[in-house]
Design a protein around this ligand. Structure first.
Ligand SMILES: Nc1ncnc2c1ncn2[C@@H]1O[C@H](COP(=O)(O)OP(=O)(O)OP(=O)(O)O)[C@@H](O)[C@H]1O
Ligand SMILES: [Mg+2]
Length: 158
């Protein structure tokens, strides 16, 4: 599935729509270059799930738990991790293990930026989301189902 997102507002809206097919236990792997819009998409997903706290690019913390808003939320937390800063680590896999994502993955939607090759083993299926920036500054999003029922869920989204 491919979608063109002209503005950051479109990316937020798409994240909200995507949240409609997400549930606890899901893992999303966001890829794409610096400034592509991975965090912007995560903000939309967070809004769609109704979670608390601003979704930002953390400077030091590399994973943050956003709890569901008791009123607006769907009862599912969003775990947002950004492994960019692990790029230089001697053993990035060990650093990821320290985050204990496997302890929260079953009860949350887990969204990981820069996590390729590091977090796929957390669950037996995941959704790959690739965002690319075009010359005209619009974004192209490609969603690739990897196992599970992701293909059917994307079909429902289309
Ligand atoms: N269509 C669009 N979708 C998303 N972001 C857009 C779009 N058009 C412009 N932008 C801008 O691009 C930037 C995207 O930043 P964002 O932090 O989401 O990227 P990122 O992929 O998470 O980067 P990083 O790899 O550094 O974490 C924002 O400043 C946003 O306003
Ligand atoms: Mg980011």
């Amino acid at each position: 599935m491919r979608v063109t997102l002209p503005t950051v507002a479109d990316t937020h809206a798409f994240g909200r729509r995507l949240a409609g097919v997400l549930h606890a236990g899901d893992l999303l792997l966001l890829t794409g270059p610096l400034g592509a819009g991975k965090t912007a998409l995560t903000q939309g997903i967070g809004a769609g799930l109704g979670v608390l706290g601003d979704i930002t690019s953390p400077t030091f913390v590399i994973a943050r738990v956003h709890r569901p808003d008791p009123v607006r939320g769907r009862g599912v937390a969003l775990v947002h991790a950004d492994a960019y800063r692990l790029g230089d680590a001697a053993d990035p896999r060990a650093e990821i293990d320290d985050l204990d994502l496997d302890a929260s993955v079953d009860d949350s939607v887990t969204v990981v930026e820069w996590g390729e090759g590091l977090v796929e083993q957390l669950v037996d299926a995941h959704l790959r989301v690739r965002i690319d920036r075009r010359d005209d500054d619009t974004r192209l999003v490609e969603l690739e189902p990897v196992g599970g029922d992701w293909a059917a869920r994307l079909a429902a989204l289309a």
